[in-house]
Design a protein around this ligand. Structure first.
Ligand code: NDP
Length: 243
């Protein structure tokens, strides 16, 4: 179903984004891999080994014009934009009293405004195509909140509201929009947590382990394939949030 589709993955050079890029390549989709600092030649080769094309584009998604460029170059190269995965994200954790304005703004600008920028540009093309799938990487803390993450949880909760509104606006044109809310997944983002905090988190996970990046990637592939799921938040969190 995904053969020769065009997938844009933001922040795709490592972690969850990298696993998503590889999972879609395995399905035969052409990959537009956005990165901010660097992307390794090995990853590009790994993607191309699935017999698909990989276009890498350096851009900061929080910048409206740079986000436009990612979408335009994708369309230019492959002729369509079928799937958009808003994965790029950062944390700047601190307790509310110590959190700076810069900590707040940078997280909102990357995680929430970055997703808006990409959706704004990609949806124009998807509307003309009358098809498309948008997947936003939210987080368990967008549903529950978390001490030390006022900025991050606000950005991730915002992405959920954005998902619902986008899904409602674009549904009549055959475009779906969903969010994934990962729990704690083993990546650079969670590696930096002190062992004591990791242990505390582990005790809150019913399945008693951190998740793997591939477990998020398979969920993204599932959502991209299913054209009758829209406006949903899929928790992939070892049972942390049960609703
Ligand atoms: P990583 O830190 O491993 O990867 C994040 C990626 O986003 C990096 O490649 C980074 O590039 C890129 N990025 C950051 N800012 C920008 C920007 N402005 N423009 C373009 N790319 C950018 O994190 P994860 O893989 O763990 O996280 C991926 C997503 O999943 C994030 O949105 C995160 O919030 C979310 N998530 C992760 C969880 C986890 O437990 N790991 C849990 C819940 C949600 P660079 O390295 O060059 O800065």
């Amino acid at each position: 179903m995904l053969k020769e589709k065009t997938v844009i993955v933001t922040g795709g050079a490592k972690g969850i984004g990298k696993a998503i890029a590889l999972a879609f390549a395995k399905e035969g989709a052409n990959i537009v891999l956005n990165y901010r600092s660097t992307v390794s030649d090995e990853l590009i080769k790994e993607i191309e080994n699935f017999g698909v094309k990989c276009l890498t584009i350096k851009a900061d998604v929080s910048n409206f014009e740079e986000a436009r460029e990612v979408v335009e170059k994708a369309k230019e190269e492959f002729g369509s934009v079928d799937i958009l995965i808003n994965n790029a994200g950062i944390t700047r954790d601190n307790l509310l009293l110590k959190m700076t304005e810069e900590d707040f703004d940078s997280v909102i600008n990357t995680n929430l405004k970055g997703a808006f920028n990409m959706i704004k540009h990609a949806s124009k093309i998807m509307l003309k195509q009358k098809s498309g799938s948008i997947i936003n990487m939210s987080s368990v803390v967008g549903l529950t909140g978390n001490a030390g993450q006022v900025n991050y949880s606000a950005s991730k909760a915002g992405m959920i509201g954005m998902t619902f509104s986008t899904a409602r606006e674009l549904a009549s044109r055959g475009i779906t929009c969903n969010a994934i809310a990962p729990g704690f997944i083993t990546t650079d983002m969670t590696d930096v947590l002190p062992d004591k905090i990791k242990e505390t988190i582990l005790n809150t996970i019913p399945l008693k382990r951190f998740g793997e990046t591939e477990e998020i990637a398979t969920t993204a592939v599932f959502l991209a394939k299913n054209k009758y799921i829209t406006g949903q938040v899929i928790s992939v969190d070892g049972g942390m949030v049960m609703a």
